[in-house]
Design a binder for this molecule. Sequence first.
Ligand code: MRU
Length: 364
Amino acid sequence: MKVGERHTRTIWQGADQHSVEIIDQRWLPHEFRIASLTSVDNVAVAIKDMWVRGAPLIGVTAAYGVAMAMSVDASDVNLDSTWHKLHETRPTAINLKWALDEMRRTLLPVPHAQRQSAAYARAAELADEDVELNRSMGRHGLALIREIAAGKKPGEVVNILTHCNAGWLATVDYGTATAPIYSAYEAGIPIHVYVDETRPRNQGAQLTAWEMVNHGVPHTLIVDNAGGHLMQHGQVDMVIVGTDRTTANGDVCNKIGTYLKALAAHDNGVPFYVALPSPTIDWTVRDGIREIPIEERSAEEVTYVQGRSIDGGITKVRISPEGTLAANPAFDVTPARLITGLITERGVAIASPEGLLGLFPERK
Ligand code: MRU
């Protein structure tokens, strides 16, 4: 994706062939900083403290973490302890477990002497595969946006609302929810994006808005509570969000606040789509509300906000009284019945077991 005029991915291998370079997302949109991760411990911190975030990118970063661990000690014991160390960094996004399982499955049959090179090669493949999955979702989502545009008068703008950052910063490139948006923009369909700010960490205000600026997509930042009002007044034609884990039943776990947007969309007859690559489907889970572990993050993310101060530095300010307790569940679950369709790399499915199995029959 574009940063200025340069095409950039969110993660790439360092020139030393051991480290990986990442965009350190803690400082965006104010500063574009690149960080070098040189050990599995570095990788664990970068995932836990959200230098990188977004389900697909967490998975790919963890895969490189396994490769770094293998370059120090390629034993089965270290492979196993690395799996656990990285798995516990963030509990909700299933792409993390998927990528770690994929690395373990690839490496176990490989002789120890070749594990390091096999691990880097597989991690690089996972990164490239993520880009291709997102491109495919972009094509399928574009067809949906075209359909909505065709129902409008010529030149009328298609208004799309999105929550959190399911953009290229949440993946290796293109994004999940944003892939159809960028495809529509490039196809010349007049679109406009409402960007939810997404408290408490403001991924919408800080990351999605920054992506849209860089890509030139017309957009408007709104507070999280504005979406329902805009839908009641016919100002939203469709919602597209991403997901951290989708169940075999089609329930969708995503950033906190997604469920409220789905309720408002349902009440107002606004189509609500979720874009997801297949590694985000947890085929072992049926009841999203009861079975998906919801990450509880630090209260400080609620009681403080970070931004650029008037004197130019990046700073944090407290917004609630000392002594007020804060709760910070980071994700919620939107039941399948509120979802119009799941945009996958293989096409658009109804959010149901039959819908998903229709596209992924090998899972029957
Ligand atoms: O806590 P985050 O910023 O990692 O949460 C990210 C999201 O909720 C995204 O919507 C989700 O990972 C889908 S991203 C392609």
